[in-house]
Design a protein around this ligand. Structure first.
Ligand code: FES
Ligand SMILES: [Fe+2]
Length: 385
């Protein structure tokens, strides 16, 4: 193959449209520039991550009034806090006085939030309570100085934020996925572990990797393949807003209880792996849930907030610790592969390759179709160009 010139964002949009207009039988992956282009990443940030619901954590991180954690999305500093009424708000963590960071810790519990710069003090719901020595300032109106509340939705105990406040309600868009997950009763599972990480790979590489079972036998021969072999992966018909597959357990592998009473025999023998587009990827296994909230952090880095939920309540329970250790082990295997992938993607010789059959990589095809819907070459140029 001849080397190609680097594709600009418009070339990539056109390529995405041409590629996904073909039949699923001709499913191909995208060229390497899709994962390395700065200009394309800017489009993704403006047209996708600002406009869509993006998962930023689990309600278990803010179980009680006053509990909070801080996080970041596209450079926006966010303060996730539970107020006195029990509502979880996602607030801008930028002070209404001169714009400093209000809360500079990762997490904790506070009666109020005091900006360290000039001590303006905000209630748990973001309302301004006190501002020292401001009485004589004519332009000051405390009622107009609350921390902005961003559009927030809780789905299945996961916290979603929509930065631009224009996204349609999320839950109705996930009704069919709710049906698939119903008997697993993820909502009864407690948050048992949570960690932040940064991997040296494009956010789409990790999203696609999490969602395809083809790599299990080669990348995870000792961790996942003995439990959930590649050969037993089965695609679930996806929808516009999500894609999923079931990863069936090897019949030789011991049952993975405890099971909720509602679960059918079939459900006891598989995990549902789904991606709520763009980048919230989850594995709901018979006994535990593993979730990864992904956000771009430059073209070659992804920020990850990941965790494990289960019916158990004690994070130090040896079974829980063993499951978290297993997740850490296969995450390390994925990280290694995805970081070499990112390095390899600086090539000018990779224009895309054939995807594996539907059960193994059909989820990637669904993801590319979603990306096309958001960023494909339409008749009218998109605003950010
Ligand atoms: S910037 Fe926060 S009190 Fe001044
Ligand atoms: Fe993997």
């Amino acid at each position: 193959m001849q080397a190609t010139k680097p594709r600009d964002a418009q070339d990539l949009r056109q390529h995405l449209t041409d590629l996904t207009s073909k039949s699923k039988d001709d499913a191909y992956s995208m060229p390497s520039d899709f994962y390395t282009s700065e200009a394309f990443l800017e489009l993704e940030k403006e047209q996708i991550f600002r406009r869509e619901w993006v998962c930023i954590g689990h309600v278990g991180e803010v179980a009680n009034p006053g509990d909070f954690y801080t996080t970041e999305l596209l450079g926006e500093q966010l303060l996730v806090a539970r107020d006195d009424e029990g509502t979880i708000n996602v607030l801008s963590n930028v002070c209404r006085h001169r714009g400093n960071l209000v809360v500079n810790e990762d997490s904790g519990n506070r009666r109020s939030f005091v900006c360290p710069y000039h001590a303006w003090t905000y209630a748990r719901d973001g309302a301004l309570k006190t501002a020292p020595l401001m009485k004589k300032a004519k332009a000051f109106d405390a009622a107009k100085c609350s921390l902005p509340k961003l559009a927030t939705e809780i789905w299945n105990n996961f916290i979603f934020v929509n930065l631009d406040g224009t996204a349609k309600p999320l839950a109705p868009q996930l009704a069919s996925l709710d049906g698939i997950l119903h008997n697993y009763h993820h909502e009864l599972r407690n948050l048992l572990f949570k960690e932040d990480a940064v991997w040296g790979t494009n956010w789409k590489n990790l999203t696609e990797n999490f969602m395809e079972g083809y790599h299990l036998f080669a990348t995870h021969p000792k961790t996942l393949q003995p439990m959930t072999p590649t050969q037993l992966c089965r695609k679930v018909p996806g929808e516009d807003r999500w894609t999923a597959y079931r990863s069936y357990y090897d019949p030789e592998f011991p049952p993975r209880g405890p099971f909720h009473d509602d679960m059918t025999e079939d459900e006891q023998r598989n995990s549902v792996l789904f991606n709520i587009f763009p980048s919230f990827v989850v594995a709901v296994a018979a006994n535990y849930t593993l979730f990864l909230c992904l956000r771009p952090n430059g073209v070659d880095k992804v920020s990850i907030r990941w965790g494990v939920c289960g019916l158990k309540t004690d994070p130090l329970d040896p079974e829980v610790v063993a499951y978290v250790d297993l997740c850490k082990a296969f995450n390390a295997e994925d990280k290694e592969k995805l970081e070499t992938l990112q390095a390899a993607q600086n090539t000018r010789y990779f224009g895309g390759g054939p995807l594996a059959p539907d059960d193994l990589e059909g989820t990637i095809w669904d993801f590319l179709k979603y990306m096309e819907g958001m960023l494909g070459a339409k008749d009218t140029p998109i605003a950010a160009e």
